[in-house]
Design a protein around this ligand. Structure first.
Ligand code: 4AD
Ligand code: MG
Length: 479
């Protein structure tokens, strides 16, 4: 008999029809005479209740229906007598597909800490919280593709192994295929011409430069792929392997770039509100329960769903870096030296404490900061007339900080070359990038959205390690 998924069963009208359902047992309770089994198959956060009457089943079989075991049930779908669910399955036959020894199975029907579950990443999908998070991660993936597809963008796959340091930050994992015991050298230096690719290669930190090549022919493109950064930042917002979405649009300036990013973020959030109601409600409750133990000041001023709705309904605040610096310099925490990094004036990089001040205390909504000093931004950004700033934009989100980084690109060959020389970016390696400025150059812009940071915002999860199935961070690449 073909199985019906729990999600559809819960929406069916119970007319005594015979059904088959398969899943993993969340809990079993009851007495010798009757057992109530909460069964979940991952199609929804909700369980279906299976009722097994004692007379029908051997005690030995019932005992094997423990938390974590996989079972198949054939039975009748009936209206539920108890509260909490409309329908339940009156079991006629139960088959144990896979036992889960109660003494060994690590997940018990009680609340486990997120830290504990990180060490059990192979099983944490089976908890309510993580199943909700990963269904939402999927929904967001789909929303990203739908948004750009509906707008006529082409998705391009940019290389994962590359010779390019797109951000010029040098935080790259090297890819080498040498026998490490016997690395060929020439004049005392490693001879990469003898390595697999015949040159020095690394894992990509961004697909932007290649995306620009696509945009300057296809008009509107986006990438959605894994990126790798070897920065040694063990924070709740950094991963060594994360996913990034990078649209790139020809003939678009910074203004249009910001409009696109704002529309895109709101679209993705709305998509989840529309399509992930049950999971979001669960996470909303989870968050407010978690915050019950906190002091009033430490609690969020909005619930999860309320915050998502708020972001969709309000325009993002847009201001320049200079304006942001003025606000920060005159802010209470700066004057009282409460910030770890005191803002002196133009040129200071914004730390996450400053970003959060602007978003959470000053404006209380998402903020887009533009026109940063050229010294703290990448070489490819369009230079402003003032000679000091570039057409950059960062989008800062409540509780997250920077979620998007982007810019209008420098389309003038001489200006770009000048900047590359000044910043010590190798022009010979990027000859192909420079050629786009030589042949048919034009205004164009793009941005990068950190996918996990968006998931953090939508799910309310506070640690980035809890929104990617298998996080890679310094000292950790298990699973
Ligand atoms: O600001 P970033 O470094 O920008 C770029 O890579 C550009 N090439 C994007 C572009 O213009 N096409 O990174 C973009 C976003 C950040 O705003 C942040 O959300 C995320 O990527 N990000 C990280 N997410 C998780 N872990 C890390 N280590 C991250 N580093 C950046
Ligand atoms: Mg950035």
């Amino acid at each position: 008999m073909k199985r019906t998924k729990v999600k559809s069963l819960l929406n069916e009208k119970a007319t005594g029809q015979e059904i088959c359902v398969k899943g993993w047992v969340r809990t079993r309770r009851g007495s010798k005479h009757v057992s109530f089994i909460a069964l979940n198959d991952g199609s929804t956060i909700n369980n279906i209740q299976v009722v097994a009457e004692g007379d029908h089943f051997e005690e030995g079989l019932i005992k094997r229906i423990t938390t974590g075991s996989a079972i198949s049930v054939i039975g009748i779908l009936v209206e539920s007598k108890g509260g909490g669910q409309n329908v339940e399955v009156l079991a006629a036959a139960i088959e144990i597909l896979g036992d889960a020894d109660a003494d060994e199975y690590p997940l018990q029907p009680k609340k486990h800490s997120l830290e504990f579950l990180r060490e059990k990443a192979h099983l944490r999908f089976r908890t309510n919280t993580f199943s909700a998070v990963f269904r939402i991660r999927h929904a967001l993936t789909f929303a990203v593709h739908k948004f750009f597809n509906d707008k006529g963008f082409s998705n391009i796959h940019t290389p994962i192994i590359t010779g390019v340091d797109a951000e010029g930050a040098g935080e790259m994992f090297q890819v080498i295929n040498f026998d490490l015991e016997n690395i060929p050298t020439q004049n005392g230096k490693i001879d990469y011409t003898q390595d697999f690719f015949g040159s020095k290669t690394n894992l990509t930190v961004s697909g932007q430069l290649e995306a620009e090549l696509g945009a300057l022919a296809l008009g509107q493109v986006y990438t959605f792929g894994p990126t790798f950064r070897s920065e040694n930042s063990n924070t709740s917002r950094h991963l060594s392997e994360f996913w990034m979405i990078e649209p790139e649009v020809a003939f678009a300036d910074l203004e249009e770039n910001m409009d696109l990013a704002e529309e895109f973020l709101k679209y993705c959030i709305q998509y989840c509100i529309t399509n992930c109601v049950d999971d979001l409600k669960f996470l909303d409750d989870r968050l407010s329960n978690e915050e019950k133990n906190l002091k009033k000041e430490a609690r969020s001023d909005m619930g999860l769903l309320e915050r998502l709705q708020f972001v969709i309904e309000n325009d993002f605040e847009r201001l320049t870096y200079r304006e942001a610096i003025d606000i920060l310099r005159n802010s209470k925490p700066n004057k009282k030296k409460k910030f770890n990094y005191i803002i002196e004036g133009f040129g200071s990089d914004l730390q996450s404490e400053h970003e959060r001040y602007l978003v959470e205390r000053k404006f209380k909504k998402p903020v887009i900061i533009t026109d940063y000093p050229k010294g703290i931004k990448a070489f490819y950004m369009k230079q402003n007339e003032d000679g000091e700033t570039v057409r950059a934009m960062d989008i800062l989100f409540p509780l997250i900080g920077e979620i998007v980084g982007g810019s209008q690109r420098e389309e003038k060959l001489e200006k770009l070359s000048e900047r590359m020389e000044a910043m010590d970016v190798c022009k010979e390696e990027l000859w192909w990038y420079l050629e786009t400025r030589k042949f048919g150059t034009c205004t164009h812009s793009g941005f990068g959205l950190g996918f996990e940071r968006l998931i953090m915002f939508v799910t309310g999860m506070k640690n980035i390690r809890d929104v990617i199935p298998f996080p890679r961070t310094p000292q950790n690449a298990q699973f």
